[in-house]
Structure formats: structure tokens, C-alpha cells
Design a protein. Structure first.
Length: 158
């Protein structure tokens, strides 16, 4: 009886030692001329834990490289500096334009399928876009001046 009790305790200790577990069908890493990618296929569950100063996303691949999708080389883009932050974001996205003349700038946000989500005229050097109501996904923000595209950003919404 004592041997069975010891065996049971050893088995229960081993079961509790697994901190993370998931059923993954496949996954791996891929690399090419434009960068590296790690992926998993079959991830069924994910959870988000939020604290006062930290947010942890478990069970999903996390992006770590954020970049501009386009930066049109023209007379317009040579005279301005444009940035979007914070990226990834969860509440508000700020567009900052450093230019002598900000008149005529507009921005449009699209989802990954190209559907227009919101449109806003840029009237100051910093413009905030409220993304609180949007689901967690990848979006594109295109900034134009008149009919000329200036820059497109890839934005990750947590």
C-alpha cells in the first residue's frame, strides 16, 4: 500500500510540473530575403492577462518587427517626417507629421481584407485615432496629401 501511495504522489507531482501545454498540429520557422517568420498551426486557445503596467498574451505568436509598408519617394515625402505610435496599440493610435504645411493631409484605416474602417482629416501635427472598438487584428493606415499617397503603416491592434 505504501508503494502505491508513493507512486501516486510521484505521478501527481509530474502532472503538475507542466507550466504550458498546447496541441500544435505543425509549426516552424521560415526565412527569406525580406525577413524571418516563426509560426504555429493548430493553436486552439489563447488568453490575455492584463495588469497595471503589463499585458501578456499567451498562446499566440507575437509580432516583434513593425515597419512601414510604403514610403513613397516623391517631392511630398521628401519634405515631411511621418510616424505612427504606439505600435502595437490597444486604445489610441497617434499619427505625427513634422512638416511646415499640414494642410490637405488625410488618413484612412483599412482592415487586412481592404475594407475601409475609418477616415479622418489631419488638422494638426498630432492626430489620434480611436481604435478601442476594433477587434484585435492587423490594420493598414494610409496617409495621403490630396491624391498623392505619402505613407502607409502596418498597425497591430491588441
Amino acid at each position: 500500500m505504501r508503494k502505491i501511495l508513493i507512486l501516486f504522489c510521484v505521478l501527481m507531482t509530474g502532472i503538475g510540473a507542466f507550466a504550458q501545454s498546447a496541441v500544435i498540429v505543425s509549426g516552424g520557422e521560415a526565412s527569406g530575403n525580406s525577413g524571418n517568420l516563426s509560426y504555429s498551426i493548430g493553436q486552439a486557445f489563447c488568453s490575455t492577462n492584463v495588469g497595471q503596467s503589463v499585458q501578456i498574451n499567451e498562446g499566440v505568436q507575437q509580432p516583434y518587427e513593425i515597419y512601414d509598408v510604403t514610403d513613397v519617394q516623391s517631392a511630398i515625402s521628401g519634405m515631411i517626417s511621418l510616424s505612427a505610435f504606439p505600435n502595437p496599440t490597444s486604445d489610441y493610435l497617434t499619427l505625427r507629421i513634422e512638416s511646415e504645411d499640414i494642410e490637405g493631409f488625410d488618413c484612412v484605416m483599412y482592415d487586412i481584407s481592404g475594407k475601409e474602417i475609418l477616415q479622418k482629416q489631419i488638422t494638426s501635427s498630432e492626430t489620434s485615432l480611436n481604435v478601442q472598438q476594433l477587434p484585435s487584428a492587423t490594420y493598414f493606415v494610409r496617409v495621403t496629401k490630396g491624391k498623392n499617397e505619402v505613407k502607409t503603416f502596418k498597425i497591430v491592434k491588441n
